[in-house]
Design a protein around this ligand. Sequence first.
Ligand SMILES: Nc1ncnc2c1ncn2[C@@H]1O[C@H](COP(=O)(O)OP(=O)(O)OP(=O)(O)O)[C@@H](O)[C@H]1O
Length: 268
Amino acid sequence: MSASAPSPLPVPPGVPALAVEDVGRSFGGVVAVDGVGFTLRAGEILGVIGPNGAGKSTLFGLVAGSLAPDRGTIRIEGVAVEREGAHKRVGRGLARTFQIPKPFPEMSVLDNVVTAATGQSGERVLASLLAPGRVRREEEAAREKAYALVRFLALDHLADRPAKVLSGGQRKLLELARALMAEPRVLLLDEPAAGVNPALLDFIIERIAEINARGIAVLLIEHNMDMIRRLCPSVLVMASGRPLASGTPDAVMSDPRVVEAYLGGSVH
Ligand SMILES: Nc1ncnc2c1ncn2[C@@H]1O[C@H](COP(=O)(O)OP(=O)(O)OP(=O)(O)O)[C@@H](O)[C@H]1O
C-alpha cells in the first residue's frame, strides 16, 4: 500500500457507509429508476451494470445528489441525505467522478487537484484577508496532499503541465485524484474505464482496488466487464429502471434474464 493513499475515518460499527432503499425517479412519463436499493459497507465494492437506458446514470445522480429522488431513502453512514444537495453530501464523506471528466484545461494538473478541495469561494477570499498565515498554511498542506495523490496516480511527471495535454485515460486518473482530495469514505465511480487504453486500464483497476482496500466503499458503474470482474465480488444488474439480478459477475451474466435484457428483450 502506498503511503500516499488516503485513509478514511472509521465508520461506526454496524452502520453501512451507504444505504439506498426503494429509490425512484421519473422524467415526465419516463420511469428512469424504479424501486432500487442496496447496502454498501466500509471496504465493500459494488458494481452496477445494465444495458443502455437501464437507469444506472440516474441512480448515480440520485446517490450523488445531482438529482432528487421522487421516493426512497439514501443514507450516508446512517444519516438521511436524500433531500440534501451534492455539495452537502461531499461534506458527509461522499465523492464522485464523472463519466466525461472536465478538468480546467489551462490550469496545471496539480492545481486541478488542489482546487478540488478549496474551490474559490468568497468566504475563502475573506479568510485570506483576515487570517493570511492560516490560509497560507492550509494551502501548503493542500498542495502537499494534492501532490501525494498525483504521485499515487502516476501523474507526477505531468503535475506542472496544463490539464489539456492529458490523454483520455490520464483525465480519468486526474478525476480520481480530484475526488480523493475530499477524503471520501464512499466513492462513486461513473464509468472509469470508458475511453481508457488497455495498459492504463490495468493501472486504474489496481489503484481502485488499493483505494477500496483502505476501507473506502466504492460504487462502480461500468460497462467494461473485465473491470467489473476484477474489482467487484458482487454486482447489481438494472434493466428498465428496476433491479433485475444481483450476485457475482459470473453468476449474473449467465442468468437468462440478464442475457435477455442485454440482447434487447426488455430495454431499448
Ligand atoms: N434528464 C432526463 N430527461 C428525460 N429522460 C431521461 C433523463 N435522464 C434519463 N432519462 C431517461 O431515463 C432512462 C434511464 O436513463 P439512464 O441514463 O439513467 O440510463 P443508463 O443505464 O445510465 O444508460 P447508459 O448506459 O446509456 O448511460 C432512459 O430511458 C433515459 O432516456
